[in-house]
Design a protein around this ligand. Structure first.
Ligand SMILES: Cc1ncc(COP(=O)(O)O)c(C=O)c1O
Length: 417
């Protein structure tokens, strides 16, 4: 739908009102793109039919909108629209993928995943272990990459599923989807990837990467919260059982009335992401580099970037000798996080950084900076000013930093328990 001039003006006005100035938590969620909102509104007002009502035009109109959105999502990953199952988000999609696959296989299988996965995968795997499924958690290299040779060694005759993130949500490390897919193809294993942080931000071709199932989330790509999808390959067919039973919607894999306005929002967000991916990637890459370079310029070399081969937009940095929580307190005017939103209430150091071999102290001194398409150079420069001021100030109060400045080698010190 092409917006009318008046509507376009409204969008422009709304656009200026998005309060993004101090928002640096784009991995947790993204602001809704005004064009997404605009596309959704008619489905909350005039076009309110149930998309599953087959006997009147109210239903047909809603059904058409849902099917158009399905195609927009499929188009972004080179899939067939019939392979897209709408869910409430990536958490549900991964639950459906893992539990649905395990149940179809009577819980008689071995799954390989990694220690740095999102909780949606890790907790689901733990649940499945309770049902008798054997799960191996692949360790991570120091730079956040996976040792695929090691992974190959872990494959057993009953390994039927490998589930690995496309991009890590805490450190932004990209996993080599094509290589993993190739191994899975050779060994006749289904490859599931949680692509919540990658979908719409980098090109993904499910066919080229031999992906069997893929979890997608709407609110990570400027779409609405409460909608996502699971890609389930048709050829060769990946067989799963549903989590929900009821009206048999979404080809029997997700019963319940499909929320038309949310699917339309996800579809529009996917379409925009496809059209503007290049432009956004260039902008976000430039700002991520600017943030890192300027922080080093202001603070010095003793800051540590966690993870190698990362997707621009996610910059996880340890600031040795200070507490990340103390730093966050000094940066209250900014929306920042020390890690995943799901675990941000916990005082435990990040399990992802721990899996990389990071010490608890360093893990505690880490901040995740999230940059998105609405972030500006000025936002980054303001952030750099405030972060560097806070880090320098906190270090001045740190006895450890004093010792380092005086030349004490901290590794020679015996710490009491
Ligand atoms: C990698 C990853 N997987 C899953 C999720 C959960 O997504 P959703 O909020 O759509 O359930 C998130 C977001 O927190 C994520 O970053």
């Amino acid at each position: 739908m092409i917006p009318s001039t008046t509507k376009a003006n409204q969008i422009a006005t709304y656009d200026n009102k998005i309060p993004t100035k101090k928002y640096f938590d784009y991995q947790a969620t993204t602001p809704t793109d005004p064009r997404v909102l605009e596309s959704m509104l008619p489905y909350l007002t005039s076009i309110y039919g149930n998309p599953h009502s087959r006997s009147h035009s109210f239903g047909w109109e809603a059904e058409k909108a849902v099917e158009d959105a399905r195609k927009q999502v499929a188009d972004l990953i080179n899939a067939d629209p019939k392979e897209i199952v709408f869910t409430s988000g990536a958490t549900e999609a991964s639950n459906l993928a893992l539990k649905g696959f395990a149940e179809y296989n009577d819980y008689n299988l071995h799954i390989i995943t990694s220690q740095t996965e999102h909780k949606a995968t890790l907790e689901t795997c733990r649940y499945l272990e309770g049902k008798g499924v054997e799960v191996t958690y692949l360790p991570s290299n120091k730079d956040g990459s996976l040792d695929l040779k090691e992974m190959k060694k872990l494959i057993k005759p009953n390994t039927k599923l490998i589930s690995l993130l496309a991009v890590n949500n805490e450190i932004g490390v990209k996993h080599p989807l094509e290589e993993i897919g190739k191994i899975c193809k050779e060994k006749d294993i289904v490859f599931h990837t949680d692509a919540a942080q990658a979908f719409g931000k980098m090109p993904i071709d499910v066919k080229k990467c031999n992906i069997g199932m893929m979890s997608i989330s709407g609110h990570k790509i400027y779409g609405p919260k409460g909608i996502g999808a699971l890609y389930v390959r048709r050829r060769p067919k990946v067989r799963i059982l549903p989590l929900f039973h009821g009206g048999g919607q979404e080809k029997g894999l997700r019963s319940g009335t499909t929320p038309t306005f949310l699917t339309v929002g996800l579809g529009t967000a996917a379409k925009i992401a496809k059209n503007e991916m290049k432009k956004n990637s260039t902008h976000i890459e430039m700002l991520t580099k600017r943030l890192y370079d300027k922080l080093r310029e202001k603070i010095g070399d003793d800051i540590i970037k966690n993870g190698k081969d990362t997707l621009p937009g996610c910059l996880n940095i340890s600031f040795p000798y200070i507490e990340g929580e103390g730093l966050l307190m000094k940066l209250k005017n900014f929306a920042l996080s020390s890690g995943s939103a799901c675990t941000s209430a916990s005082l435990e150091p990040s399990y992802v950084l721990r899996a990389l071999g990071t010490t608890d102290d360093l893990a505690h001194s880490s901040i995740r900076f999230g940059i998105g398409k609405f972030t500006t150079k000025e936002d980054v420069d303001t952030l750099v000013e405030e972060v560097s001021k806070a880090v320098i100030n906190l270090r001045e109060m740190s006895p450890l930093y004093e010792m380092v400045k005086e030349g004490v080698d901290l590794s020679t010190i015996k710490w009491s328990a």
